[in-house]
Design a protein around this ligand. Structure first.
Ligand code: ARG
Length: 459
């Protein structure tokens, strides 16, 4: 047991209590941030005349030494300490003696942990954003390649109208770019520095909070010290944003699983991203997509758990807040892994154009267009709907597609049909006539792609 307090205690902490209370097993991952925060703190203390230049230099050198040694694997973060803050401070004092004891002047672990967590989350959020960028780039290149790859668009998982693969991928591009923008909003809103809030009521030392905020890359200091130590909103915002990203990934996974099934065969997942069965030799399973879909539950769980942990906490810091870390870390790790793996799977996936196009042809996805054809020849839409419905029934009986039905059959049901009906209901026509903004038609899609390229240039 190695703890920073004990002066007012007459007995040793019970070992079980100590273990239950300690956070070193999980907050050790914030060692860089803890040291970065301490470096800024001592620089400010010296500038304000609270520490001497010499003390500052010794502390800075000591902290940098600890940082290098931990990074290089020369110094182990020992779990005998209560938390990462205690480990760094105790190691510093072991190494440099007296000046080490002055590191914590004008600071509490409450503002220290609030700072460490913000620094850590800011770094990881940027990493998440970089992974979203890779996903968007992968989607954009698939879109570029498949402007003319026809496939059925679905509603109720029933074939509805023909679209293109570019259009389908474009829907995910929209989802993931909103995810990127949400991360940007969070980074902006969380960009205030809690250091200097003290335990809850600020400190009596003349700290320059603006200076430490600047050193640590924040816009400025937090403006209420009680809130400074007990705000976890930004974590809840991040977990909400990550839950939404996982919802998107999970829907996408579900589609990949369906598309990769024996029945659909719209895609083939690369061998490197598939797994086999221990008993059925023929199997090639989409485990990665299934795991991503499954892991969505963990991230939703993290959001829910932290919301519930926070809801009854009176101001200001309470130990409940230590519970933020494992949830946040797990959610961040999970989403980073899922994004990286899903993007890898997407980049190597083979799209079977013929299967997609054939499926679009044989599901009456052009029925709306056949009705529109009649409307353009003077038939009221409701009547046209009925006429095409009868044609579809006829084709189902014959086991053929609408464009395989002879013209005489068309004309038996409505004389408005002419030879040009076949052109009007071809997949190419059905898709390419849809050119309103956001539609799959070639001209509309090329404009959208141009906007997406500009978007990525500014990412
Ligand atoms: N490990 C603690 C946490 O994660 C650090 C803050 C401890 N502060 C305190 N007053 N016990 O929240």
């Amino acid at each position: 047991m190695a703890q920073l307090w004990g002066g007012r205690f007459t007995k040793e902490t019970d070992q079980l209590v100590y273990d239950f209370n300690a956070s070193i097993t999980f907050d050790r991952r914030m060692y860089e941030e803890d040291i970065e925060g301490s470096l800024a703190h001592v620089k400010m203390l010296a500038r304000q005349g609270i520490l001497t230049e010499k003390e500052k230099e010794e502390i800075v050198a000591g902290l940098n030494g600890i940082l290098e040694d931990v990074k290089a694997g020369r110094l182990e973060i020992s779990e005998q300490y209560e938390d990462i803050h205690s480990f760094v401070e105790a190691t510093l004092t072991d190494r440099i003696g007296e000046p080490g004891k002055k590191l914590h002047t004008g600071r509490s672990r409450n503002d220290q942990v609030a700072l460490d967590m913000k620094l850590y989350v800011r770094k990881e959020t940027k990493q998440l954003d970089a992974l979203l960028k890779e996903m968007l780039e992968a989607l954009l290149s698939i879109m570029e390649e498949h402007v003319d790859t026809y496939m059925p668009g679905f509603t109720h998982l029933q074939k509805a109208q023909p679209i293109t693969l570019a259009h389908h991928m474009g829907a995910y591009f929209e989802m993931f770019r909103r995810d990127h923008e949400r991360l940007g909003d969070i980074l902006k809103r969380m960009n205030t520095c809690p250091l200097g809030s003290g335990a809850l009521a600020g400190t009596t030392y003349p700290l320059d909070r603006q200076y430490t905020a600047e050193l640590l890359g924040f816009e400025g200091p937090t403006l209420n010290s009680m809130d400074g130590v007990s705000d976890r909103d930004y974590l809840l915002e991040l977990l909400s944003a990550l839950s939404i990203t996982m919802m998107h990934l999970s829907r996408f996974s579900e589609e990949v699983i369906i598309w990769n099934s024996n029945e659909y065969q719209f895609v083939e997942i690369d061998d490197a991203y598939s797994t086999g069965s221990s008993i059925m030799p023929q199997k090639k399973n989409p485990d990665i997509a299934e795991l991503v879909r499954g892991k969505t539950g963990r991230v939703y769980g993290a959001l829910q758990a932290l919301l519930v942990s926070m809801k009854g906490i009176p101001l200001a810091y309470n130990k409940d807040m230590q519970e933020d870390k494992e949830w946040a870390f797990d959610a961040i790790d999970t989403v980073q892994h899922c994004l990286a793996l899903f993007t890898g799977m997407l980049k190597t996936m083979r799209f079977k154009k013929d299967r997609m196009e054939n499926s679009a042809k044989h599901g009456f996805t052009n029925a709306t267009d056949a009705a529109d054809y009649l409307v353009n020849h003077g038939v009221a839409f409701r009547d046209a709907h009925g006429i095409v419905g009868r044609l579809v029934l006829l084709c189902i009986e014959k086991g053929i597609a609408l464009d395989e039905l002879p013209l005489e059959e068309y004309q038996k049901i409505s004389p408005a049909f002419q030879e040009d009906i076949y052109e009007a209901i071809s997949l190419g026509t059905c898709v390419n006539k849809r050119v309103t903004t956001g539609a799959p038609g070639r001209d509309a899609m090329l404009k959208t792609l141009e906007l997406y390229h500009k978007y990525m240039e500014q990412y």
